[in-house]
Ligand binder design. Structure first.
Ligand SMILES: O=C(O)[C@H](O)[C@@H](O)[C@H](O)[C@H](O)COP(=O)(O)O
Length: 260
């Protein structure tokens, strides 16, 4: 378990731009050392804000887009192309503007796809896709993601893992169906904490004063069932990318020195 590292930026725009620059470098380095990179995207305003900042970044095309695997941490279980799907919003923010290899863009199933209303079957299918992509060196049922990004909800949820609900308690499966999510829409597909923790690096994105309580709670020792963000950590790095408003309720001892 990697100890959380915090970086606090002036505001959410700068946080998105700095996180985008950080992601470009991470992808370029992974591609230089291993020939490809694997990144898990998140939905929500901060996740999509990062993608939009990346689309506008001058260094954007230092990335070899044809050697990038994209996965999702969660998806709203809606028809393909629905404007509320995380995949739709990621396409609008970045994906449609760059020459990705479509075979390497792993969107989660849509509700008008082969599994219909059976969101558990959709989750099992995505878990199988992850296992197929996990090479022998991954010693697990998911590929070793270079970076897995997560927005943080005001209730400390990450992906579609909400406090106290069954999905956050899952310890075996890597992908589950979610019913009755408090954040609409109610039906979702989500990676579980075991899958999240297979990533080399987990980056948690939180901006705005509405996240300050969640950030303080998740970083103050609250358990992962009550605060799912507290259970989101990478094998070698856990990075919280915050703006000053979201960091406002942190004890000063947790503030990074540069922000003191
Ligand atoms: O499907 C979703 O809604 C997201 O995956 C969800 O986990 C999101 O990242 C958080 O709710 C934060 O969203 P904001 O960044 O918009 O606050």
């Amino acid at each position: 378990m990697s100890t959380p590292q915090l970086v606090v930026h002036r505001d959410k725009e700068l946080m998105a731009q700095a996180a985008a620059a950080r992601l470009i470098t991470k992808i370029v380095d992974a591609q230089a050392s291993r020939g490809s990179a694997s990144v898990v995207l998140t939905g929500g305003r901060n996740g999509n804000g990062l993608l939009a900042a990346l689309a506008a970044a001058p260094a954007r095309d230092a990335i070899d887009w044809g050697r990038l695997d994209l996965w999702w941490g969660d998806e709203r279980y809606l028809p393909e192309g629905d404007p509320e799907r995380n995949h739709t919003q990621a396409r609008e923010a970045l994906l449609d503007a760059v020459p990705l290899d479509p075979k390497r863009v792993h969107a989660m199933p849509a509700s008008d796809g082969p599994y219909g209303a059976d969101v558990e079957a959709a989750a099992e299918a995505y878990a199988a896709e992850l296992t197929r992509a996990a090479g022998p060196e991954n010693h697990g049922s998911v590929p070793t993601f270079d970076v897995l990004m997560l927005g943080v909800g005001p209730d400390t949820h990450v992906a579609s893992l909400f406090p106290e609900l069954p999905a956050v308690r899952e310890t075996e499966r890597t992908v589950v169906g979610v019913h009755g999510a408090p954040k609409p829409p109610p039906t979702r597909v989500s990676l579980t904490l075991p899958a999240i923790r297979a990533a080399r690096e987990v980056w948690l994105l939180a901006a705005g004063e509405d996240k300050a309580q969640a950030v303080a709670m998740a970083l103050s020792g609250t358990g992962e069932i009550q605060a799912p963000a507290a259970g989101a950590y990478g094998r070698s790095r856990t990075l919280w990318l915050l703006d000053a408003a979201a960091a406002a309720r942190l004890p000063r001892s947790l503030y990074p020195p540069a922000s003191a």
